[in-house]
Design a protein around this ligand. Structure first.
Ligand code: PFF
Length: 462
């Protein structure tokens, strides 16, 4: 089919993926991140094992699918990052709001994401230096995150890696890195998962993770699965608009979306199979440990690795995989931020990278010192890192998603989105897409928003 008038001209100055494989790997790189590795396993353990997986998968192939297709199609249609996407359809306050909220979210996430990336880099380097027992020491993690100078150093190291990839451009930087790192990540994940599930006593953990447990199932299972799905698939963070703007009309959006969802879920499942059986095999499946969240990865796992025969090797494999996952996600967040600056300020790419570097250092330093030198500063009872995480995921993200739904329903029209998808091939799930976008997506988004606020006010506990 024909490209719409004018799109050729804008594409010349815009980055572009070389083809579908590069695009799918880059989106999968964005999706597979810290969320898959530390968040998914503990949420599954907490909210009913197989029941959580079931709800998660249903939501992903319906609600998640609708949101990914919508953002990608809008990005490709307009060849712009979020602000430009909204401005292509109108310039009133509401359009400014919709565009900027989608653009600001990645700018606020990437600094704290790089702080955590720095922690991962530090752990990998320590494993490479043979520190398997050191990392397993009591209070190692707590002391580390409180040691401001060290945390800042690793944050800067990780950010520099991201920075240089973005500077190299879309095809030579973002796409190349995804093409190299994602296959290695899969191999490492399979290796660690197989090692973990073949330990004596690990099978109990596999059962706990995969068999539906109705006792732990509640309304909160659905709410938690919905929030996790958004974060894990990088929805409502501007990334999918931006990556969509880098693809040609020949890329099959529907098929690519399905492949990304498959990839993301497969890695989340593998992460569960690495972590939960290991906890069962080495510490008897202590429920408190399993449901503990981030400390599972940075405190419990190193203890487990140190009691394994080949703990150093498994530690290196796990943290290398973790590093690749974090890097490709951070790259997508930084690319989106830089792309918004390029579109809106019309500056050169290096200049936009530099501007984003300044934002990173300012916001990231607050997060990196938040558990040490700046621990006296609490925003609504939260350290900086937790506050930015809460603000972006719980408050801003539902509004960003709602803006996208409203833009399509009220302004662009479903017909245009369907036409955009059909440029490359038939849109097989067209009916489901239309129904979900119109009726169910806004309800689901409202549920996420209300439950996040209720969680912070202490009315419910997520
Ligand atoms: N999807 C990533 C993860 O699961 O860790 C995190 C993420 C990356 C969120 C990019 C948002 C985003 F735009």
């Amino acid at each position: 089919m024909k490209e719409p008038k004018g799109s050729k001209q804008t594409e010349v100055s815009r980055g572009r993926f070389s083809g579908r494989i590069g695009y799918v790997l880059a989106v999968a790189g964005s999706a597979v991140g810290l969320g898959n590795i530390w968040r998914f396993p503990y949420l599954a353990a907490k909210y009913g094992g197989g029941m959580f997986l079931f709800v998660y998968i249903i939501l992903m192939v319906t609600f998640g699918f609708v949101m990914i297709v919508s953002e990608t199609a809008l990005g490709r249609m307009t060849k712009k990052s979020p602000v430009g996407v909204f401005h292509s359809f109108g310039k009133t306050m509401l359009f400014h709001f919709g565009g900027w909220i989608n653009a600001i979210i990645p700018m606020l996430i990437v600094p704290y994401y790089c702080v955590i990336g720095g922690w991962v880099l530090k752990y990998l380097v320590e494993y490479l230096k043979g520190g398997v027992n050191l990392l397993a020491g009591d209070d190692y993690f707590t002391n580390f995150i409180a040691s401001s100078g060290s945390v800042e150093f690793w944050f800067v190291m990780f950010s520099l890696l991201v920075f240089f990839v973005i500077l190299a451009g879309v095809k030579r930087g973002v796409e190349q890195v995804a093409k190299v790192m994602m296959p290695i990540l899969v191999v490492l994940a399979v290796f660690v998962a197989i090692y973990s599930i073949t330990r004596p006593g690990a099978l109990e953990g596999v059962k706990y993770f995969l068999v539906p447990n109705l006792e732990n199932f509640s309304w909160m299972t659905i709410v938690a699965a919905m929030g996790q799905m958004f974060y894990s698939l990088s929805i409502a963070m501007g990334v999918l608009y931006t990556y969509g703007s880098y693809i040609g009309k020949d890329v099959d959006i529907e098929k690519s979306t399905t492949q990304v969802e498959f990839f993301d879920t497969a890695i989340a499942l593998l992460a569960g199979l690495m972590i939960i059986p290991a906890v069962f095999a080495f510490s008897g499946g202590d429920m408190k440990v399993l449901k503990a969240g981030p400390s599972l990865t940075f405190i419990t796992l190193p203890k487990i690795f140190s009691s394994m025969g080949i703990g150093s090797v498994v530690g290196i494999a796990f943290f290398l995989m973790f590093l690749f996952a974090a890097l490709t996600s951070a790259i997508s967040l930084m690319e989106t931020s830089v792309s918004s600056f390029e579109d809106e300020l019309h500056w050169s790419r290096p200049k936009c990278c530099l501007l984003m570097g300044v934002v990173m250092v300012m916001v990231g330093t607050a997060s990196s010192l938040g558990y040490g030198t700046l621990d006296f500063v609490q925003i609504f009872g939260m350290a900086f890192l937790d506050f930015f995480d809460f603000l972006t995921n719980s408050i801003m993200m539902p509004f960003a998603a709602l803006s996208t739904c409203l833009l399509i329903i009220r302004v662009v029209g479903l017909k245009k989105i369907i036409e955009e998808v059909e440029y490359s091939s038939a849109f097989r799930r067209k009916k489901m897409y239309s129904f979900f976008l119109k009726y169910l997506a806004p309800v689901c988004i409202a549920i996420i928003l209300i439950s996040s606020i209720a969680n912070v006010l202490g009315w419910i506990s997520l």
